[in-house]
Design a protein around this ligand. Structure first.
Ligand code: SAM
Ligand code: SF4
Length: 479
C-alpha cells in the first residue's frame, strides 16, 4: 500500500496530522503505535501535540475510575479546540479508542458530543474504514464488537523510519485478554478472552524491529505468561518463545510483562536460568499479602504459593529483583489484612512497585461487595504502603552503588553530554557519554543514586553485551 497514490478507502492521499494520546498500560502504548502505523498509508503523519491535528485519537484506560474520568476532561479541552478550528474553516475528527470505548460505547458520544467515533481495542484495525464513513458525515459511529477476525492480521508492520523515531526499545504484544476474572478487574470484560498470537507472526515483528535498530524487546500481554501460541511442532509456552526471540541477532535485552503468579511454569523459570538477555527484573503482581483478601479477589493462589514461586525463580536466577502491583482497601480489608500486605513487602524486599487504592469498577463482582472500605482509610493505608515500598526501593538502589551494570543507552539525558539508559533492573541511569552510544549496551559503574535514578561512569570500552557481568558483580543485590 505504501507508495500508492490512492488510499485503501479510494480517496487521494493528502497529508493530515494525527495526534494519538495514550492512557494506561503498555498494551495501550503498543496499540497507539499500531494505529499510527495503520493510518500512515492513509496519509496521516504523527504529531506530538493536539494543536493543528486533523485527527485526534484518545486511546483510553478503564482500569480505575480516575483513568476513565481523565478522558472526559481531555474531551472538554478538545471541544473548545474543535470549535476554534471550525471558526477557521478547519475540521478536526475526534475518536475515542481503548477500554473506555469498549466499556461505555455510545454513552461516550451522548456524554461528549465532540466525539465522532468510538472504537474498541479489538476493532481498531477497522479505523481506515470507520474514518471513511465519518468523512462522509456519518455520525455516531460506534464499533465495539469482538470481531471474529484477528486484528493483527490487518496491521501493517511499521516502517524503519517510524520504528527508529520511537527509540531502541519496543513492546510486542504476544497475548491479549484474560480468563482469570479477578473480582476487582475490568480487563476480561474490556479486552475479552485470552488469545495468543502465533509464534511466526511474533518472530516476524521482532525481526522487523531488530532490523530497524531496536535492541530491547518487551513481550507484553494482560496475562503474558499464560501465552500459549501456535508454533512449529504445536503450542508454545512463553518460556519457549523467549528462548527463540533471544536468538534474533541484535536483541540484547528481553523482558516480559505482566505476569500472573499462577502461570509461572518450569519453562519460564528455566528461561530465567539460561538466557543472559532476559532481564533479571520481574514484575509479578500479588495485589495483597492477606490470604483472606487474595481469596476474595479470586487470585487463585495464597501468600505461601507466591513466596514459593519467588524462591524457585531466585534459585534459578539469584540476582532476580521483583516488583509488584498492590491494591489497598479492597472490600472487607481489615487492618490485619493490610498488615499482612506490609509484611509481604518486607519479606520480598521489592526493588519497586505500583500501588493503588481499590476503585469500584461497574460490572465487576467487587463493585457490589458489601464492606466497601472508606476513602480516608484507603488513603491512609496507601500512604503507609508507599512509604514501605520507597524504603525498599531506596535500599535496593543504594546496594547498586559500586556495581558494574550493562546499561542500554536510550536517549540524550537532561544535561549536555549526558545520556540516559536503563539498568538491567529498569532503573534510569544517567551517564556522561558520547551520543553515538545510543542503542549500545555499555558497561557502567554506578557511582550514585537520587530518587528513582542512578548515576554512573563508563566502565570500559563500549561493547554489545554477549554475556552479563551483572551476575558476577551483583549476585548480592537481587535477593
Ligand atoms: N494482569 C495483571 C495481574 O494479574 O496482576 C494486572 C493487569 S491490570 C491492567 C494492572 C493493575 O491495575 C493490577 O495489577 C491492579 O493492581 C490494578 N487494578 C486493576 N483493577 C483495579 C481496581 N479496580 N482498583 C484499583 N486497582 C486496580
Ligand atoms: Fe485483571 Fe490481571 Fe486478574 Fe486478568 S489476571 S483479571 S488482567 S488483574
Amino acid at each position: 500500500m505504501r507508495g500508492d497514490p490512492l488510499t485503501r478507502t479510494g480517496r487521494m492521499k493528502d497529508r493530515r496530522k494525527l495526534y494519538v494520546k495514550s492512557y494506561g498500560c503498555q498494551m495501550n502504548a503498543y496499540d497507539s503505535h499500531r494505529m499510527a502505523d495503520l493510518l500512515a498509508p492513509e496519509g496521516y503523519v504523527e504529531t506530538g501535540v493536539p494543536e493543528g491535528a486533523d485527527l485526534v485519537i484518545l486511546n483510553t484506560c478503564h482500569i480505575r475510575e480516575k483513568a476513565a474520568e481523565k478522558v472526559y476532561s481531555e474531551l472538554g479541552r478538545l471541544r473548545v479546540m474543535k470549535q476554534e478550528a471550525a471558526r477557521d474553516g478547519r475540521r478536526i475528527t475526534v475518536a475515542v479508542a481503548g477500554c473506555v470505548a469498549q466499556a461505555e460505547g455510545a454513552e461516550i458520544i451522548r456524554r461528549a458530543p465532540v466525539v465522532d467515533l468510538v472504537v474498541g481495542p479489538q476493532s481498531y484495525h477497522r479505523l481506515p474504514e470507520l474514518l471513511a464513513r465519518e468523512a462522509r458525515r456519518e455520525s455516531g459511529i460506534v464499533e465495539t464488537a469482538f470481531p471474529v477476525e484477528d486484528k493483527f492480521g490487518f496491521l501493517a508492520l511499521p516502517s524503519k523510519a517510524a520504528t527508529r523515531a520511537r527509540g531502541v526499545t519496543a513492546f510486542v504484544t504476544v497475548q491479549e485478554g484474560c480468563d482469570k476474572f479477578c473480582t476487582f478487574c475490568v480487563v476480561p470484560y474490556t479486552r475479552g478472552v485470552e488469545v495468543s498470537r502465533p509464534v511466526g507472526k511474533i518472530l516476524d515483528e521482532v525481526q522487523n524491529l531488530a532490523d530497524a535498530g531496536v535492541r530491547e524487546i518487551t513481550l507484553i500481554g494482560q496475562n503474558v505468561n499464560a501465552y500459549h501460541g501456535e508454533g512449529p511442532g504445536g503450542v508454545w509456552s512463553l518460556g519457549r518463545l523467549l528462548r527463540r526471540v533471544a536468538e534474533i541477532p541484535g536483541i540484547v535485552r528481553l523482558r516480559y510483562s505482566t505476569s500472573h503468579p499462577c502461570d509461572v511454569d518450569d519453562d519460564l523459570i528455566a528461561a530465567h536460568r539460561d538466557l543472559p538477555q532476559l532481564s533479571p527484573q520481574l514484575h509479578l503482581p500479588v495485589q495483597s499479602g492477606s490470604d483472606r483478601i487474595l481469596d476474595a479477589m479470586n487470585r487463585r493462589h495464597t501468600r505461601a504459593d507466591y513466596l514459593r514461586t519467588i524462591d524457585r525463580l531466585r534459585a534459578a536466577r539469584p540476582d532476580l529483583a521483583l516488583t509488584s502491583d498492590f491494591i489497598v482497601g479492597f472490600p472487607g480489608e481489615t487492618e490485619d489484612d493490610f498488615s499482612d500486605t506490609l509484611s509481604l513487602v518486607n519479606d520480598v524486599g521489592y526493588s519497586d512497585s505500583f500501588s493503588f487504592k481499590y476503585s469500584q469498577r461497574p460490572g465487576t463482582p467487587g463493585a457490589t461487595m458489601t464492606e466497601q472500605v472508606p476513602e480516608e482509610v484507603k488513603s491512609e493505608r496507601l500512604a503507609r504502603l508507599q512509604a514501605a515500598i520507597k524504603r525498599h526501593q531506596a535500599a535496593f538502589n543504594a546496594r547498586c552503588v559500586g556495581c558494574d551494570f550493562d546499561v542500554l543507552m536510550e536517549k540524550r539525558g537532561r544535561d549536555a553530554g549526558q545520556l540516559t539508559g536503563r539498568s538491567p533492573y529498569l532503573q534510569p541511569v544517567q551517564v556522561m557519554a558520547p551520543q553515538d552510544l545510543i542503542g549500545r549496551m555499555v558497561s557502567v559503574t554506578i557511582t550514585g543514586t537520587i530518587a528513582n535514578s542512578l548515576f554512573g561512569v563508563l566502565a570500559d570500552t563500549p561493547r554489545i553485551a554477549a554475556e552479563s557481568r551483572v551476575a558476577q558483580s551483583f549476585a548480592a543485590v537481587g535477593a
